[in-house]
Design a protein around this ligand. Structure first.
Ligand code: SAH
Ligand code: SF4
Ligand code: F3S
Length: 469
């Protein structure tokens, strides 16, 4: 098989760096930027790259979007409400721009990459200066330069699936970092728009990933989150027997204190990966394993390529290999044609697994996906009723699943102050559940040991047992 070369040539990246330097010299360039980010971790990390590029062009972050010279909306289109929220906010800025005509407004991210959407946006939102897709992020210096020179609205959306190495990143956190290992998705779940907006599945070279991990470790990062739409199939198309378990093993040997990853597809969760999870020293005992539905017929029509029984088998194996592992999932209710009995299969699966947390969604038809054409769309009232029942069940079960931590030792990476009085901090435990303990701002970014003393909704309460590290 001939491997398709996805990498942006180094000369192209050098050209973009050069243009960034030229923008920096322009007297009329924007001095401040503000990025509004929607959607998943991929988008959050893309925003860190966009910020890195903008700072390379001599800009600094504004304190609010109203005061910013440049505002970029990094959009998501996974469900209709994500799209509506983004567009509502773009429209709101139109009024601000009336008083500040020099303000530059841009739309990027998944929504801009939807087939036909860029043109539609350009017509309907004439005050928007720049629209670019996820595939054009590395060309931001050139796009911005063109916008500044012409002040005409500019649209740049390619369908080329790039991997761009060497984009500067301005990280939001210094203690925890995102590290992309693969881009795009080839799974075409029948409800999902991601393959259409993020392109074909493509994996980064392991050397590039390990180098970045090394740099992050040197800079003091304590936790790395490996990112991809389907990390379990990492390495497809690369030569040399590269696989996700092998990559994870190499990273585990680097002594980064905490390694997590998302998202995993159940069909690609191999026994080998489960073994690596069990044997690892730094791989956290948590697993996000979206199931979507507990009914075989629905799973089939979702094009998920596993049955309920196969999924439950993966869960059993994970629990054998990593006792106490924290499991979380994604669930969709009211998929076209879902009957009450089929929905109840989802409820019973949730009961059977006992997740620490679950993200629940009402099915939202996306233009261009197969499921949008399926008959028997479930009524909004029925959908609302189902999601409420599902949420109520998960909340009830969660109390019980989380009680297994009572009296246990846990280690948390402190993310934030959790109370206004500044006397408690919270962070994620090794199992992926949030824990609140007494502490203050000086604990931010530290790993600290605690004992779990209580469960409150979806978080755990703890008392400190040791120092920080
Ligand atoms: N690649 C990941 C996550 C993709 S998006 C995965 O395969 O699991 C995150 C979640 O959004 C999905 O797991 C799914 O539960 C939900 N989702 C995706 N498309 C949706 C749609 N059209 N309507 C409702 N929920 C959707
Ligand atoms: Fe969407 Fe399925 Fe790909 Fe996840 S695996 S991004 S749900 S198509
Ligand atoms: Fe949304 Fe794009 Fe992520 S559609 S969920 S931001 S990959």
């Amino acid at each position: 098989m001939i491997r398709k070369e996805y990498h942006v040539p180094p000369e192209e990246m050098a050209k973009q760096r050069e243009i960034a330097g030229e923008v920096r010299q322009l007297p009329h360039r924007p001095k401040t930027y503000f990025i509004v980010t929607y959607g998943c971790q991929m988008n959050a990390h893309d925003s860190e790259k966009i910020a890195g590029l903008l700072e390379q062009m001599g800009m600094s972050e504004a304190t609010s979007r109203e005061e910013s010279d440049l505002v970029l909306f990094n959009t998501c289109c996974i469900r209709d409400n994500a799209e509506r929220k983004a567009l509502g906010n773009v429209s709101w800025l139109k009024e601000i721009k009336k008083n500040r005509p020099e303000m530059i407004i841009g739309i990027c991210g998944c929504m801009a990459q939807e087939p036909g959407m860029a043109e539609k946006l350009r017509k309907q939102y004439r005050f928007v200066d720049l629209i670019f897709g996820t595939s054009n992020l590395h060309r931001l210096p050139e796009l911005l330069m063109n916008t500044l020179n012409s002040r005409d609205s500019l649209t740049a959306v390619d369908d080329r699936d790039w991997i761009a190495e060497g984009i500067p990143v301005r990280r939001l956190r210094h203690d925890a970092a995102y590290l992309t290992i693969m881009y795009g998705c080839d799974n075409y779940c029948s409800y999902c728009i991601v393959p259409f907006v993020r392109g074909r599945e493509r994996s980064r070279n392991p050397e590039d990933i390990l180098r970045e991990a090394g740099e992050l470790m040197e800079s003091g990062v304590k936790e790395i989150m490996l990112l991809g739409q389907n990390v379990n199939s990492y390495g497809k198309g690369l030569s040399g027997g590269v696989s996700f378990p092998a990559l994870l093993k190499s990273l585990d040997r680097m002594r980064i204190p905490r390694i997590r990853f998302m998202t995993s597809h159940p069909k690609d969760l191999s026994d080998e990966l489960i073994e690596v999870m069990g044997a690892g020293s730094h791989i956290l005992p948590q697993f996000h394993l979206p199931v979507q539905s507990g009914n075989d017929e629905i799973l089939k029509r979702m094009n998920r390529h596993y049955t309920r029984e196969q999924y439950l088998d993966r869960v059993r194996k994970l629990r054998e290999s990593v006792p106490g592992i924290g499991l979380s999932t994604d669930l969709i209710v009211a998929f076209p044609g879902e009957t009450e009995a089929q929905f109840e299969d989802t409820l019973s699966l949730v009961r059977e697994v006992g997740y620490d947390s679950a993200f629940t969604f009402i099915y939202s038809p996306r233009t261009g996906t197969r499921a949008a054409e399926f008959p028997d769309q479930v009524s909004p009232e029925e959908a609302k009723d189902r999601i409420q029942r599902l949420i109520a069940l998960q909340e009830e079960l969660q109390q019980k699943t989380l009680s297994r931590f009572l009296g246990q030792e846990e280690e948390i990476l402190v993310e934030s102050l959790s109370r206004r009085d500044g006397q408690a901090v919270s962070g994620k435990g090794r199992h992926g559940v949030s824990v609140t303990v007494p502490g203050d701002a000086a604990d931010a970014g530290q790993i600290l040991s605690c004992r779990i003393t209580g469960v409150k909704n979806n978080t755990l309460m703890g008392e400190r047992t040791g120092g920080t590290r």
